[in-house]
Design a protein around this ligand. Structure first.
Ligand SMILES: CC(C)(COP(=O)(O)OP(=O)(O)OC[C@H]1O[C@@H](n2cnc3c(N)ncnc32)[C@H](O)[C@@H]1OP(=O)(O)O)[C@@H](O)C(=O)NCCC(=O)NCCS
Length: 159
């Protein structure tokens, strides 16, 4: 990630993910990511609903555009694997490459941290995004709060 905040002023006709540099992924605190999490993932629930067990010990990340958070995600250790949770791009900024930049950064980070597996429960509605990034679903569809999910994972200790 080489982009500084000032680089976000690049011409808007070029999607971010096609620009030479990727947007900068910032390390944040649990409280920083909560509002965007809630607004995108669980807009009809109170903000406390978007907190998860382990948030205090998790790693939290964000991408900003014009000082405002446009994408957030969190990583949770489970033994020697890292679990991606609460990944969300603001609706006004989806499809502009922020989610891709975040996912690529987090997979690379997980490798650097020597996690053996990178995994998550994907909303079925986002399956295409993850497949686009080379992830494949394992197992059957399951439901949380009436939303359909599929588990996806990738071993990081084998190339
Ligand atoms: C899934 C999500 C995080 C992706 O973030 P994003 O910033 O929109 O991602 P990108 O702009 O990098 O998208 C990259 C590509 O995936 C596509 N894509 C994005 N979301 C998609 C989806 N839900 N289904 C299929 N394709 C998707 C984009 O159109 C883009 O395609 P392109 O490269 O051909 O233009 C975002 O769409 C989001 O917050 N969705 C709602 C919440 C959600 O489902 N979170 C994930 C929970 S598991």
């Amino acid at each position: 990630m080489h982009q500084s905040h000032s680089d976000f002023g690049k011409p808007s006709f070029m999607p971010v993910h096609q620009q030479q540099d990727s947007p900068k992924v910032l390390k944040l605190g649990a409280a920083d990511v909560l509002p965007l999490r809630q607004a995108v993932l669980w807009p009809n629930h109170p903000i406390a609903f978007s907190k998860v067990t382990g948030d205090q010990d998790a790693l939290h990340f964000g991408i900003k555009k014009d000082q405002a958070l446009v994408c957030v995600a969190s990583l949770f250790w489970h033994d020697d694997s890292l679990r991606l949770r609460k990944f969300a791009t603001h609706p006004d900024h989806q499809g502009q490459g922020y989610g891709s930049a975040m996912l690529i950064h987090l997979v690379a980070l997980a490798r650097n941290l020597q996690a053996q597996t990178f995994w998550f429960d994907a909303r079925q509605s986002a399956l295409g995004f993850y497949e686009h990034h080379g992830f494949q679903a394992t197992g059957d569809i399951f439901y949380k709060q009436d939303i359909a999910y599929l588990r996806m994972s990738r071993r990081l200790d084998v190339r």
